[in-house]
Write a protein that binds this ligand. Structure first.
Ligand SMILES: *Cc1c(COP(=O)(O)O)cnc(C)c1O
Length: 348
């Protein structure tokens, strides 16, 4: 049976061009700063997001956690969105690794009203922790790949900067955001002090993410990466694929967005499923199965029997993610199979 994997864009496999580049990559010991391919990737990445320097890390989680460790002193407070990846999905790393206390704000599609951020920033008081960092997320994963505009990012960052607090952007899918807005990614990264983005999601690299920021910040971050065991040796093998991800794969993300829209519009026409296609501007869709009267987990199991893989994100919601390894034809077959499954559920 053909399997159409819509669980995440992390399931993308490296392209042939990536595999060839990996095989041919010039390498050295990157802990000694001697891997030319890693250095090249770091230079390209920094330039693309308009920062002085960048650091190759093993995963998005490592990039975010290294950023937090680098920005924060132990016992400080970090402000972040209540549904953010750094709060929700990073295994408590902010407490465990950065020694930070979290202060969440309920946002709307990743946007936190600046007045709420201002209220959350601590005054000087002997009883209070110091607010040490504001974190933003674009695209916002749990909201369904929603996009923050440069104006929204600037408005949020401004409040923190006015109080001398740095801003980190979890931009795992920042190129999806820039693509959806039709702007240069630098417009989204200019207002923040550091940004993490993933090479191994929609961009198709097998491993790796980048952390970018000012030169001194990245130097400190490099040391924090080492303490986490993230100092790699002949990492040029991996960086070679990352270079192709940045140079060749960004331009095709619009296709993933188009396919997500196609899927969303068709799901919206299936009785029993609830989705507003306009709410999902990039490659992530979240669809409610509440009216079907079965749990999202059960629905996911039924879909899997029809070769469609998708993850529940709540007891009533299931998430579909489009990516380079799912063709338009496969999306059409997925729509058919999802229809079959819904028809098979009792009264539909
Ligand atoms: C995927 C993701 C990450 C983490 O990336 P990993 O490489 O899976 O550790 C961080 N933030 C967001 C918003 C993500 O979607």
């Amino acid at each position: 049976m053909e399997v159409i994997d819509l669980r995440s864009d992390t399931v993308t496999k490296p392209t042939d061009e990536m595999r060839k580049a990996m095989a041919a990559a010039e390498v050295g010991d990157d802990v000694y700063g001697e891997d030319p391919t890693v250095r090249k990737l770091e230079t390209i990445a920094a330039e693309m997001v308009g920062k002085e320097a960048a650091l190759f890390v093993t995963s998005g989680t490592m990039g975010n956690q290294v950023a937090a460790m680098t920005h924060l002193a132990r016992g400080e407070e970090v402000i972040l969105e209540a549904e953010s990846h750094m709060f929700y999905y990073e295994v408590g790393g902010l407490a465990l690794l950065a020694g930070a206390q979290t202060r969440t704000i309920q946002g709307e599609k990743g946007f936190m009203p600046p007045e709420l951020i201002a209220q959350a920033i601590r005054e000087e008081n002997i009883h209070f922790p110091r607010t040490g960092l504001l974190c933003l997320e674009n695209t916002h994963n749990r909201a369904g790949g929603t996009v923050l505009t440069p104006e929204q990012i600037s408005a949020m960052a401004q409040v923190a900067h006015d109080r001398g607090i740095p801003v980190h952007l979890d931009g795992a899918r920042i190129f999806n955001a820039a693509t959806a807005l039709g702007i240069d990614v630098r417009e989204l990264t200019a207002p923040v002090d550091s940004v993490m983005f993933c090479l191994s999601k929609g961009l198709g690299a097998p491993v790796g993410s980048m952390l970018a920021g000012r030169k001194e910040f990245i130097e400190k971050a490099r040391k924090n990466r080492k303490v986490l065991g993230g100092g790699l040796r002949q990492a040029g093998i991996l960086a070679a694929a990352g270079i192709i991800a940045l140079e060749k794969m960004v331009g095709r993300l619009a296709e993933d967005h188009y396919r997500a829209r196609l899927l969303a519009e068709n799901l919206a026409n299936i009785p029993g499923l609830t989705i507003d296609p306009a709410a999902f501007p990039t490659n992530i869709l979240i669809c409610s199965v509440a009216k079907l009267g079965i749990s999202a987990q059960h629905f996911s199991t039924l879909l899997a029997r029809h070769g469609i893989l998708a993850n529940p994100t709540s007891p009533t919601e299931i998430r579909f993610v489009t990516h380079k390894d799912v063709t338009e034809d496969q999306i059409k077959r997925a729509i058919n199979n999802i229809n079959q499954v819904v028809k098979g559920v009792n009264h539909f």
